[in-house]
Design a protein around this ligand. Structure first.
Ligand code: PGA
Length: 254
C-alpha cells in the first residue's frame, strides 16, 4: 500500500568522517545506494565544513537533501566559531538539527534552542528539534521532562509555521549505545508528543508535525520501529556512516 506521506530519514554524521575525501565518498555511496528509492526523503547532515563537498555530490539531484547539525540564531556579526542560516542557505541546506542531546550536554538549553527554531523558520530552513529523556522511571517523570522540552522549544511558534518543525525523539539512553527503544516505547512517545502539541495548538496542527525516532537505529531494527512506533522516519547516527547500512534503513521505511 502506498503511504500518504514520505518517510524522512536523516543521517547525522556528527563529527565524522575524518577527511573531506571520505565525506565525499560517503555521500557518493549514499547517493548510489538510494538512486532507485522513491517515496523516502533522504537527508544528510555532515559537519558544516563538509557541506560544500556534499552539496557538490548532490549536484542539484533529488537523491538527498542537506541538513546542518547546528546553527547560530543571529544573522551575522561577532560570533567567533559560529555559522549563520544564510551561510547554510548558500549550500541549499533544507534542514537543521537543533538541541541534539550532545549539544545539550555542552550546556545548550530549551530557551536558546527556541530562539534558533524561530530564526530557522524565519529563514525557511526546517528545524529538526531533538528531545528525549536521560532515563525512564516508573513514576513517569520522563513524560513531564519531555513535555517541558516540547513546550519550551515550541514557545511562540505560530500554528502556520509549526508544520515545518520536525521533532526527533531521541532518548539519551539509546544514543550510540546499541540499546534502542522498543517499538512500543516509541509509539507511546509519538502519541504523547501529539497530545502535548494538541493541548497547545489543535489536532490538525499537531498532526502536521513529523515525529522521528533516533537512538541506535540499524537496518535490522528499522522496520519494526517504523511499523510498531508509527513514526515518520529516523534520525540516524552511527549507522549513517556506512552507506550500505544507511541505504538499507532508508529502504526499510518504504
Ligand atoms: P545513534 O545516534 O544512531 O548513533 O544512536 C543517533 C543520534 O544521536 O542522532
Amino acid at each position: 500500500m502506498k503511504k500518504a506521506t514520505h518517510a524522512l530519514v536523516i543521517g547525522n554524521w556528527k563529527m565524522n568522517p575524518q577527511s573531506v575525501t571520505m565525506a565525499t565518498r560517503l555521500a557518493t555511496d549514499v547517493k548510489k545506494g538510494v538512486t532507485r528509492v522513491e517515496g523516502v526523503e533522504v537527508v544528510l547532515a555532515p559537519p558544516s565544513v563538509y557541506l560544500e563537498a556534499v552539496h557538490r555530490v548532490q549536484n542539484g539531484s533529488k537523491s538527498f537533501a542537506l541538513c546542518a547539525q547546528n546553527v547560530h540564531a543571529e544573522k551575522l556579526g561577532a560570533h567567533t566559531g559560529e555559522i549563520s542560516l544564510s551561510m547554510l542557505k548558500s549550500f541549499d541546506v533544507t534542514y537543521v538539527i537543533l538541541g541534539h542531546s550532545e549539544r545539550r550536554a555542552e550546556g545548550e538549553q530549551n530557551q536558546a534552542i527556541n530562539k534558533k527554531v524561530h530564526a530557522a523558520l524565519k529563514e525557511g530552513i526546517k528545524p529538526v528539534v531533538c528531545i528525549g529523556e536521560q532515563k525512564r522511571d516508573r513514576e513517569g517523570h520522563y513524560l513531564t521532562f519531555i513535555e517541558t522540552q516540547i513546550r519550551e522549544v515550541c514557545a511562540g511558534i505560530t500554528k502556520a509555521k509549526l508544520g515545518n518543525v520536525v521533532i526527533a525523539y531521541e532518548p539519551i539512553w539509546a544514543i550510540g549505545t546499541g540499546e534502542n527503544a522498543t517499538p512500543e516505547d516509541v509509539h507511546e512517545i509519538k502519541l504523547f508528543i501529539q497530545k502535548v502539541l494538541f493541548d497547545i495548538y489543535d489536532r490538525a496542527t499537531a498532526n502536521r508535525v513529523r515525529v522521528l525516532y533516533g537512538g541506535s537505529v540499524t537496518a535490522k531494527n528499522a522496520l519494526a520501529i517504523m511499523e510498531g512506533g508509527l513514526v515518520d522516519g529516523f534520525l540516524v547516527g552511527g549507522s549513517s556512516l556506512n552507506a550500505v547500512e544507511f541505504s538499507n534503513i532508508v529502504k526499510a521505511t518504504l
